[in-house]
Design a binder for this molecule. Structure first.
Ligand code: KG4
Ligand code: ZN
Length: 340
């Protein structure tokens, strides 16, 4: 695709994006494909006390943080609210109270300034985060979306045309990291904690289960938590934390990479996209790139800064939809679960 076409697929005017589906209050400003600002206020310190996200507390924290975050995003981009021509907001899926804060703010801001508004599916946002790395990326491709709430293989036939071809039957990959980290006493959130504890550890030291070997595209991670708990019990004081973290990380990564490569091959696609919080994992990034290259396939990854929840990815998804003429009305609703 030539550069002009890549530019034309993005909404040209200043676009404000909001993301409040879980525990990050986020706002970003985009002009075309250019991310002019990307502000994320994390509630992680608050939720750490309870070892996970408390929905009511998350919603109240968004109420407090959202307008200061928007103000900072506009300031960082060097524009004012009156310059905003469109607003993209996550409206599904997620915590209903948390989503409502972002959607209500988007409606109020749109009513005030007359900016167009578009509601965005959070997972579509994650998939579109790779456009920050490669603005002219063109489907078809297979996307592995791995976050705290989702583990899905999505066949992307065109932007906006998504078919889920595989998913987790129980826990998400991010949950497997988070629950494993809790059992190992490594804290919350678990993904980064496991990744750093795993460095220098021996991934072959402890054997952990690889679930559903007979299913090409579906995942199951709930058995891992139990297996790690049993390992902790069995080894007691003798447990080597680095080796345990490395073994857990490897068990998750091997399953993700193995099933993704089997699926992309079965679908005869050339390109793999990996997105969502777990795509920040360096072992996953490294392994999928190496194994895909061996198959002659290409992997597109989001920049590390856009793997976990952020508003820039919502802006990228919104930008494409706005350019296709889509708009949401003031009846835009929120949903806790919603098919992609
Ligand atoms: O996409 P995200 O920010 O939020 C959801 O939509 O769920 O993903 C958060 C998840 C958490 O489970 C977190 O532990 C995981 O992504 N995560 C990681 C890493 N960074 C974040 N998992 C493994 N390795 C990492 N470096
Ligand atoms: Zn997410």
């Amino acid at each position: 695709m030539d550069a002009a076409r890549a530019v034309n697929r993005f909404f040209p005017g200043p676009l404000l994006a909001l993301e409040t589906s879980c525990d990050e209050t986020a706002a970003a400003v985009l002009v075309g494909a250019d991310i002019r600002s990307n502000v994320v206020a994390s509630q992680v310190d608050m939720h750490r006390k309870w070892g996970g996200v408390v929905p009511e507390a998350a919603a109240r924290a968004h109420v407090e943080a959202l307008l200061p975050v928007v103000d900072q995003a506009l300031g960082d981009a060097g524009i004012s609210l009156a310059d905003v021509e469109a607003i993209a907001v996550t409206n599904r899926p997620g915590l209903v109270g948390a989503l409502s804060v972002g959607v209500s703010a988007a409606k109020a801001l749109s009513l005030w300034g007359g900016a167009a508004m578009i509601g965005i599916h959070h997972i579509e946002g994650h998939v579109c985060s790779v456009l920050a790395a490669e603005p002219d990326l063109t489907p078809p491709f297979l996307a592995l979306v791995v976050s705290g709430g989702h583990t899905e293989l999505v066949r992307v036939a065109a932007w906006g045309d998504y078919v889920v071809v595989g998913e987790t039957l129980d826990d998400a990959a991010g949950e497997a990291f988070d629950k494993g980290a809790r059992v190992l006493g490594l804290g919350y959130p678990g993904g980064v904690a496991i990744q750093s504890a795993a460095s220098g550890g021996d991934a072959l030291r402890y054997a952990l289960p690889h679930a559903l070997p007979d299913q090409r595209s579906n995942f199951s991670f709930s058995g891992l938590k139990t297996a790690v708990a049993r390992l902790v019990e069995r080894e007691g004081e003798a447990l080597n934390l680095h080796d345990a973290a490395a073994s857990l990380q490897q068990a998750i990564v091997e399953v993700l990479v193995g099933k993704t490569l089997a699926t992309v091959e079965a679908l005869s696609l050339e390109t793999i996209v990996v997105a969502g919080g777990v795509s920040a994992n360096l072992a996953l990034r490294d392994r999928i790139e190496r194994e895909a290259a061996r198959q002659g396939r290409r992997v597109v990854l989001p920049p590390l800064s856009l793997c976990t929840d952020n508003a820039a990815m919502i802006g990228l998804a919104g930008s494409l939809r706005l350019m296709r003429g889509e708009r949401s009305g003031y009846d835009l609703d929120v949903a806790s679960s919603s098919p992609l």
